[in-house]
Design a protein around this ligand. Structure first.
Ligand code: NAD
Length: 489
């Protein structure tokens, strides 16, 4: 039960405002505000407990204690709890989608159909995988060899503000399935659905201390959390600068650390492709106002189809409905936070000053936190808008004359998260699949993937891989046991 003083009414949905530590909701002396990007000045949604170093230490302490119980649950027992949580997510889909829409501004309909539903799937996937996972056995030199998957220990799970609910489940599910206890630290711009998820976790029946949540500011409670030497894993999704800081703490305490970071992903269109389909998909990169790590934000188009591509691209972009995220007709949501819109605008204004051509958009929209759907043709491949992640509705447009140049441009940033290719040639698709430096390459499609496949980035886009067994291996300490076969009992 949540103490009533630690609950906010967010448009009819009760949302806990405290931290969940050892199965109990607790407060902090100070709070921070959760405001809605759908009406920044008028829509204060909740005041959320602002954790500090003591909060982090208490949560890790609870996770250490909880580990003695949760790590001894059999895979089947853990799977039962994870499936119950998935059932509860499905039963509360509408409330979660509504609260995340208010908190982050993301499209409510898309949340319901895609992201909240996927949250439940993530828990089911790892519940099933951990049960299927058989210990590997083999014989060598008359010894019985086998591998035991040991739960690693308390795990910090640090998540960003974009698609916060779904991304949290993607990281929490494999940690919990593995028998690790978690301390979830969601982003301060998106605290609300993490609180709803923790509330559902209590209802699903995790033992005390298995599932903990701390709320607060990254450089306060987050920094204290990752510096705690009792952690045995840190799994992080967010920005490159934060990953550098967390990596230092992980190195100090010799704690394995995964990082899913930003991208500056190419969307490459060849003249032999279905140009209309490619241009439509390019316009869809404005989805969620470009606040998507996997988005193809660098449009690289074969010179010979430049005009044809741009004509369709502009028509498709013009047809996107910019509006209120609660309205199912809306295609483009507002930016999640006024500070972030300022960051995005800063990139565009510096590009303008630098002589880059603003082909469309390029301004803040009045009356809401939207930003115009923007396309920039840079003066050079070294322009800041080509080389750095902007994370807004801002795409760049460059052309190439042959496949070699397309590959060179595609691989020319420090990032390497995803790449999207449109081509009518199977051979070219295979070649690009080999040559592109990215963790994920989609050809003639986007976003669809098998959740057991590896997921992650190259270069500064990340460290490690999530997805299926890759995440389970990260969260386990694999132990090889060798027994000489001369035992008598
Ligand atoms: P961020 O790095 O600012 O914050 C991420 C999380 O880290 C938040 O919870 C924050 O409170 C916490 N944090 C901040 N400072 C910390 C510190 N010193 N110690 C511990 N924790 C700290 O990132 P963001 O702005 O929330 O997220 C956007 C970024 O995330 C973009 O770069 C985006 O591309 C990336 N992202 C990547 C993926 C992926 O799968 N590769 C998915 C989504 C988002």
């Amino acid at each position: 039960m949540t103490d009533e003083s630690l609950v906010a009414d967010v448009d009819g949905v009760s949302v806990p405002t405290g931290h969940l530590i050892g199965g109990v909701w607790v407060d902090s002396p100070t709070t921070f505000e959760s405001r809605s990007p759908l009406g920044w000045d008028d829509m204060l949604l909740a005041n959320i407990a602002r954790g500090d170093a003591r909060t982090a230490a208490a949560a890790v302490g609870a996770a250490v204690e909880g580990f003695t119980t949760w790590s001894r649950y059999s895979p089947t027992e853990r799977a039962e709890v994870l499936h119950r949580l998935a059932d509860l997510i499905e039963a509360n889909n509408e409330q979660i989608a509504h609260v995340e829409c208010l908190d982050m501004g993301f499209l409510q309909e898309s949340m319901k159909l895609r992201l909240v539903a996927r949250g439940a799937v993530n828990f089911r996937l790892y519940a099933d995988l951990i049960v299927e996972h058989e210990d590997r056995r083999w014989d060598a030199k008359s010894m019985d060899n086998h591998v035991i998957r040991m739960p690693a220990g308390p795990t910090a799970v640090i998540t960003p503000w974009n698609a916060p609910f779904m991304l949290s489940t993607w990281k929490l599910a494999p940690a919990l399935a593995s028998g690790n206890t978690v301390i979830h630290k969601p982003a301060e711009w998106s605290p609300l659905t993490a609180a709803l998820l923790a509330q559902l976790a209590v209802e699903a029946g995790f033992p005390a201390g298995a599932y903990n949540l701390v709320q607060g500011i990254g450089h306060e409670v987050g920094a204290a959390l990752v510096a705690d030497e009792r952690l045995r894993r840190i799994t992080f999704t967010g920005s490159v600068p934060t990953a550098r800081l967390i990596g230092k703490s992980a190195a100090e305490n010799i704690v394995p650390f995964t990082a899913e970071l930003g991208g500056k992903n190419p969307l490459i269109v060849f003249a032999d492709s279905d140009i209309a389909a490619a241009a439509k998909k390019a316009a869809w990169q404005y989805d969620d106002s470009g606040q998507v790590c996997l988005s193809g934000t660098r449009l690289l188009v074969e010179e010979s189809i430049r005009d044809e591509f741009l004509e369709i691209f502009h028509a498709e972009s013009d047809a996107l409905v910019i509006g209120d995220s609660r309205d199912s007709a809306t295609d483009v949501a507002p930016m999640a936070h006024p500070d972030h819109r300022e960051n995005v605008d800063g990139f565009v204004q510096r590009a303008r000053a630098n002589g880059d051509t603003i082909v469309r958009g390029g301004n803040k929209m009045p009356g809401s936190l939207h930003y115009e759907l923007t396309l920039i043709e840079p003066t050079s491949n070294n322009s800041e808008v080509v080389q750095n992640e902007i994370f807004g509705p801002v795409l760049t447009f460059q052309t190439f004359t042959d496949e070699a140049e397309a590959i060179e441009l595609a691989n020319s940033t420090q990032y390497g998260l995803s790449a999207i290719v449109y081509t009518g040639s199977r051979e070219r698709a295979e070649r690009l699949g080999e040559e592109l430096r990215a963790g994920l390459v989609w050809v003639n499609t986007f976003l669809v993937r098998d959740l057991t496949a590896p997921f992650g980035g190259c270069g500064i886009s990340g460290i490690g891989r999530e997805g299926g067994d890759h995440a389970l291996d990260f969260h386990a300490d694999l132990k090889t046991v060798m027994i000489l076969d001369n035992t008598t009992t």
